[in-house]
Design a binder for this molecule. Structure first.
Ligand code: PGA
Length: 250
């Protein structure tokens, strides 16, 4: 379907002083990868990450950005700042940001539009909580999150967006969605995108699964038709484990 992308999400882990060597190690152990390999790092690690990734196949991503160009937004980071460093990707609307930092479907949409306007590739996260899954409203919720994230975005731009389906109950819990559960929702997302745009566009959009994906379960998840990669938290912090996931993405 879409282009295969395996992206690490370091979250609030790794120090700037560890970053150069770690990204070099990731580049070494994922040499010859058949998919795009991305490390999304904390803001303060990005300069070192970009320096280490230079002349390798590894791309670097940020974990957040602000939707305004510049101004009085203490502590925030703009798209231009990320571009100036040489960053290619940016995670938007991760459930931890929605939960702890008041990210909403509206700010996700504004940030996605800003990333696209500036030429960053947004990795837009959607996902349901355990209560929502148990209430049987997973696809309703995913449809709302997806439609709101893509509001006002042209078909041409939509094709550049990466969607990461991350069930909140599977993040950092060791509880992975089964490959069939993950496939079902990723296919649902592709159907929503086909309705919003076209079947052709929906096929070109990369849809990742994320949530306790690791070296042991990646091959099965990635074998599913509508899963075009992964957004990896914990397992992206150990280069060898991350490499196994990258090798599973063919
Ligand atoms: P996890 O995190 O792999 O540690 O579950 C995934 C994510 O939150 O992106």
């Amino acid at each position: 379907m879409g282009k295969y992308i395996i992206a690490g999400n370091w979250k609030m882990n790794k120090l700037p002083s560890e970053t150069y060597d770690f990204v070099k190690e990731v580049a070494k152990v994922t040499e010859g990868a058949k998919c795009e390999v991305v490390c999304c790092a904390p803001t303060v690690c990005l300069a070192e990450a970009v320096r280490a990734a230079k002349e390798t196949h590894v791309k670097i991503g940020a974990e957040n950005l602000h939707f305004e160009d510049k101004g009085a937004f203490t502590g925030e980071v703009s798209a231009d700042m990320l571009l100036d460093l040489g960053v290619d990707y940016v995670i938007i609307g991760h459930s931890e940001r929605r939960q702890y930092f008041a990210e909403t479907d509206e700010t996700v949409n504004l940030k996605t539009k800003k990333a696209l306007e500036k030429g960053l590739i947004p990795i837009v996260c959607v996902g349901e909580s355990l209560e929502e899954r148990e209430a049987g409203i997973t696809m309703d919720l995913i449809a709302i999150q997806t439609k709101k994230a893509f509001a006002g975005i042209s078909e041409e731009d939509a094709k550049k967006v990466v969607v990461a389906y991350e069930p909140i109950w599977a993040i950092g819990t060791g509880k992975t969605a089964t490959a069939d559960q993950a496939q079902e929702v990723c296919k649902g997302i592709r159907d929503i995108l086909a309705d919003l745009y076209s079947k052709k566009a929906a096929k070109e959009i990369t849809i990742q699964y994320g949530g306790s994906m690791n070296d042991a379960n990646a091959a099965e998840l990635l074998s599913k038709k509508d899963i075009d990669g992964g957004l990896i938290g914990g397992a992206s912090l150990v280069a060898d484990k991350f490499a196994v996931i990258v090798k599973a993405a063919k």
